[in-house]
Design a protein around this ligand. Structure first.
Ligand SMILES: [Zn+2]
Length: 482
C-alpha cells in the first residue's frame, strides 16, 4: 500500500458511513477517544475551532434577539432536580457527586444534565414584577448524561450545549419565542452551515421531560437515520409552579410566568456538518468556519525556482491577510500535501509554481467540486470571497438534494416496510396518533419512530392509520434515529 493511501480515508461514505465517520474523527484530528473515561472525549483543535465558531454564531443570533449571557453552576442539589414531576424522569441519566475529600456529602449534587432546575430557583428570586419580564438568558456549557452507547459528537456523557431560558408574562409571548427559536436555528444551521432539517412538533409521548410541547429540528445523516440537532420547548407554567416563579401584573395580581427553553445541539450540529458535507476524501468545511481557509502549496523543482516560488507564496499570503491562511512549506511532496489538506476539508488550495510566478497568477483549487481555475494575483481577494459564497451555495444545493431524496411517502404497511429497508430517511404517513400504536410500530420495525408532525404547517390526514388501520388523526413522519 502506498503511503498516501495509509494516510487517507479508506472507507467510502456511501458504502460504510459508520466506519467512514470514525476514520474521519480520528485521521482529521477531530476527537481523541482514548481519554480513559467512556463517553468523555478530547476535542482536538481541528474540531474545536469549528465548534467554537458554531457557538459564536448562535450566541450572536441569541443576543440580537434580546438574550443575555450568564453562567450557572454545574452542580444542582438533588431536591431541586426532582421538583418538577416529569423532569424527575432525567434521574436515571444523571451523574451525582456524593463525596468530597474524605467526607460524604449531606445531600447529593447532580452534574447538570440540562439547567432548568439550576436556573429557575434563581428566576423566582429575580422576577417580582411585570417590569422584570421578559427575562431572556442563555449559557454555553457542557452538560452530563449517563449514556450507555456513546459516539463522538453524536452521543456522549459530556457534551457541548447552548441553552436559552426565557420567562414571559403571557403564553402568547412564549409561543412567539418558540417561533423565534426556530428562526435562529434556520439562520445558523441552514443559512450559515448549509445543513437541511425539518422542525417537527414531537408527539406527546416524546416531549422534553417537563414540557407542554416540544419542537425539534431533525436532519438526516448519510446512513438514512435522523439526528435531532436543536429543540425548543413550550414549558407552559409547569416549572414556574414547581419553582414558584411569580410576578405582580399591572393590576396588582400575582401570576405565574410562562416559560420556554431552547437548545441548539452544538455537538450534533458539528456531527451533521462533518457527515453531510464530507465526501470520500474526508471533510469539507464551509469557508466561514474552517480553521484554515486557504492553504498555499509551493511547487518547485530547483533551488532557483524554490526561492522565487517561496517569495511569491509569502507575498500572496500577505495579500490574503484578512483570511486564515497557511503556507505548507513542510518537506512532504506536493501530492502528499494536496491529499492532506483535502482530507482536512480546507476550502481553497493555492498552487504556486514557476508558471504562476512568471505569469502573475495563482492556480486556485476548490475542495467542494475539485475545480481548478487560474486567478490573476490582483484579483485574488475578491475571487476568493466570490468563490466562497458559490461554495456555500453548492454545499447547500447538494445537501438539500440528498435531503429531499430521503423523504418519501407510504400509503400502506407493505409500502412502509419496503421504504424503511430500501430508502430509509423520513417516511410520511397517515397515523392514528396513539402512543400504543407508535410503541408497537417501533418494536416491530426495529426502531422506526414517530418524529412528529410538521411544526410550521398543518397537514390534514386522510383514510386510515398506516400501521393499525384505525382512523388517521395526523400526518406524521417516521424515521430511525440516533
Ligand atoms: Zn395506529
Amino acid at each position: 500500500m502506498k503511503r498516501e493511501e495509509l494516510l487517507g480515508i479508506r472507507y467510502k461514505k456511501s458504502e460504510n458511513f459508520s466506519e467512514w465517520f470514525s476514520e474521519v474523527v480520528e485521521k482529521c484530528g477531530l476527537a481523541d477517544i482514548r481519554y480513559p473515561v467512556q463517553g468523555f472525549i478530547v476535542h482536538r483543535p481541528w474540531s474545536f475551532f469549528v465548534i467554537r465558531k458554531i457557538i459564536q454564531a448562535f450566541e450572536e443570533e441569541l443576543e440580537k434577539r434580546g438574550h443575555e449571557v450568564a453562567l450557572f453552576p454545574l452542580v444542582i442539589p438533588e431536591e431541586n432536580l426532582v421538583k418538577e414531576e416529569e423532569h424527575t424522569g432525567f434521574k436515571p441519566q444523571v451523574f451525582f457527586i456524593t463525596e468530597a475529600g474524605e467526607r460524604k456529602l449531606s445531600r447529593r449534587l447532580a452534574l447538570r444534565p440540562t439547567s432548568e432546575t439550576a436556573i429557575y430557583p434563581m428566576f423566582s428570586l429575580w422576577i417580582q414584577s411585570y417590569t422584570d419580564l421578559p427575562l431572556k438568558i442563555y449559557q454555553s456549557v457542557t452538560v452530563y448524561r449517563y449514556e450507555h452507547v456513546t459516539r463522538p459528537f453524536i452521543r456522549g456523557r459530556e457534551f457541548i450545549f447552548i441553552e436559552a431560558h426565557d420567562a414571559f408574562r403571557e403564553h402568547e409571548d412564549a409561543l412567539k419565542q418558540i417561533r423565534e427559536d426556530m428562526e435562529i436555528s434556520r439562520e445558523v444551521i441552514t443559512n450559515k452551515l448549509a445543513i437541511p432539517f425539518i422542525y417537527f412538533k414531537r408527539p406527546h409521548w416524546d416531549k422534553f421531560k417537563g414540557a407542554e410541547d416540544t419542537y425539534a429540528a431533525d436532519t438526516i445523516m448519510p446512513d438514512g437515520r435522523s439526528l435531532q440537532i436543536a429543540s425548543t420547548h413550550d414549558l407552559g407554567q409547569r416549572f414556574s409552579k414547581a419553582f414558584d416563579i411569580k410576578f405582580v401584573d399591572r393590576n396588582g395580581e400575582w401570576k405565574y410566568v410562562w416559560q420556554t427553553c431552547y437548545g441548539p445541539g452544538v455537538w450534533r450540529i458539528f456531527a451533521a456538518l462533518v457527515s453531510i458535507h464530507g465526501d470520500d476524501k474526508g471533510l469539507i468545511y464551509p469557508f466561514e468556519f474552517s480553521p484554515i481557509q486557504v492553504v498555499i502549496i509551493p511547487i518547485f523543482y530547483s533551488e532557483d525556482e524554490k526561492e522565487k516560488v517561496l517569495r511569491k507564496c509569502s507575498n500572496i499570503a500577505r495579500k490574503l491577510k484578512e483570511f486564515r491562511v497557511k503556507i505548507d512549506d513542510s518537506e512532504k511532496t506536493p501530492g502528499e500535501k494536496f491529499n492532506h489538506w483535502e482530507m482536512l476539508g480546507v476550502p481553497f488550495r493555492l498552487e504556486i509554481g514557476i508558471n504562476e510566478v512568471d505569469g502573475n497568477f495563482v492556480t486556485v483549487f476548490r475542495r467542494d467540486n475539485f475545480s481548478k481555475i487560474k486567478v490573476e494575483d490582483d484579483k485574488l481577494v475578491e475571487s476568493i470571497l466570490a468563490l466562497s459564497k458559490e461554495m456555500l451555495e453548492n454545499l447547500r444545493r447538494r445537501a438539500e438534494e440528498v435531503f429531499r431524496s430521503m423523504i418519501s411517502e407510504a400509503h400502506s404497511k407493505e409500502e412502509l416496510l419496503k421504504l424503511m429497508n430500501e430508502k430509509r430517511g423520513f417516511i410520511r404517513v397517515n397515523f392514528c396518533n396513539e402512543e400504543e400504536c407508535a410503541r408497537k410500530l417501533k418494536e416491530e420495525t426495529n426502531g422506526l419512530e414517530v418524529k412528529g408532525t410538521l411544526a410550521d404547517k398543518v397537514e390534514e390526514p386522510s383514510g386510515k392509520c398506516v400501521w393499525c388501520g384505525k382512523k388517521a388523526k395526523a400526518v406524521v413522519y417516521l424515521a430511525k434515529s440516533y
